[in-house]
Design a protein around this ligand. Structure first.
Ligand code: PMP
Length: 352
């Protein structure tokens, strides 16, 4: 009954989503604060008759709102069902093995190799430096590559590649191969590469509503780049699903992107709590990587990440660890509310 292709797939494993509310959940980089209050008001008065019709397959209103926010044109914006889907369409549209390997950092978002296998793309993992940062030089040795993708800040390290380095990479890499900067976490302190899309026609910047805008549940992500790249994404989308983003999600995203004051205040809180957590962990002897994201990646020398994860789970706090040599001593902690992080710190101090 099953295709050979399916039988060979090794799927991505998302972080646990326990349906009981018993845990302090710091494992999937969700935002601990609610989304913009404008959304509550909207939902209370939403006319359900609108749901009779299919949504706009061109996502025009949301693309316009995003274009306005980032001072670009709406034909430079694409929308998808979460940035995961935008990533998947992009892998399909821009990378193939006949032009070489796709390069991404050795430790990075683990969906990338999964999409490569799904779409039959060859890939090469590029080592990080000893302090877990990205050195762009290491991406420039391979002249036989079909493209580059990197999250900025990187996940799960949280380390930012400064915009100047992104520009250097674009200047020095082959200009007829696409470079994707996956900016899922850029709003927590980094500077977006979207300002470069007019100059670099091979740059695609991907962002999401899941993190800084507290809307992981609506599944909306977007890409920004030259019109030719966006047109290619529409070709892939329209070969797969005309309506990957639903009417309610599109409306909600439009409201969220316009409430800049609210998202700025949420981001400020998260950054403050992140710095407090990082400082406290360092103070009690942990090695904490410098994070510009809504999570920190930290290790307690001599204790395996899995052990820390299991102990904290037993105590009612969920964090994430990765069973990969090189990073298996680390845990990734999503920044929760100040209260949640205080509880976590207490448990850590009591257990380790
Ligand atoms: N990129 C990175 C680096 C991520 O960590 C995530 C979240 N798992 C995503 C993309 C996907 O986010 P979403 O599909 O919720 O937009």
């Amino acid at each position: 009954m099953f295709s050979k292709k399916m039988k060979n797939l090794v799927p991505y494993v998302p972080g646990e989503q326990p349906q009981d509310q018993g845990y302090i959940k710091l494992n999937t980089n969700e935002n601990p604060y609610p989304p913009s209050p404008r959304i509550d008001k909207f939902l209370q008065t939403f006319n359900t008759k609108k749901l009779r019709l299919y949504p706009d397959p061109l996502f025009l209103e949301l693309r316009e709102a995003i274009a306005e926010k980032y001072k670009i044109k709406k034909d430079q914006v694409f929308i998808g069902n979460g940035s995961d889907e935008v990533l998947a369409f992009s892998f399909y549209a821009f990378f193939d093995r006949s032009r070489g390997k796709l390069m991404f950092p050795e430790f990075t978002y683990s969906f990338y190799p999964v999409y490569c296998d799904l779409f039959n793309i060859n890939y090469q993992k590029i080592p990080l430096t000893t302090d877990f940062s990205i050195d762009i030089k290491n991406f420039l040795h391979n002249t036989e590559s079909c493209g580059i993708i990197l999250p900025n800040p990187n996940a799960p390290t949280g380390i930012l590649l400064p915009l100047k380095k992104v520009r250097d990479l674009l200047d020095r890499y082959i200009d007829n191969r696409v470079i994707i900067i996956d900016e899922a976490y850029i709003d927590f302190g980094g500077e977006s590469a979207v300002s470069l899309i007019d100059k670099y026609k091979n740059l695609l910047v991907i962002q999401t509503f899941s993190k800084s805008r507290s809307l992981a549940g609506i599944r909306i992500g977007f890409a920004m780049g030259d019109k030719a790249l966006i047109d290619a994404l529409f070709v892939v989308k329209d070969s797969f699903n005309s309506y990957p983003a639903n009417t309610l999600s599109l409306e909600i995203a439009k409201l969220a992107i316009s409430d800049i004051k609210y998202s700025d205040s949420v981001i400020k809180n998260i950054i403050k709590t992140r710095e407090k957590l990082s400082d406290t962990l360092k103070h009690i002897g942990w090695n904490v990587l410098p994070s510009t994201a809504n999570f920190v990646f930290a290790e307690k020398l001599g204790i395996a990440g899995e052990k820390i994860y299991l102990k904290l789970k037993e105590k009612g706090v969920l964090v994430r660890y990765f069973n990969k040599p090189g990073i298996n001593n680390f845990i990734r902690i999503t920044i929760g509310t100040e209260y949640e992080i205080d509880v976590l710190i207490k448990k850590i101090k009591a257990c380790f």
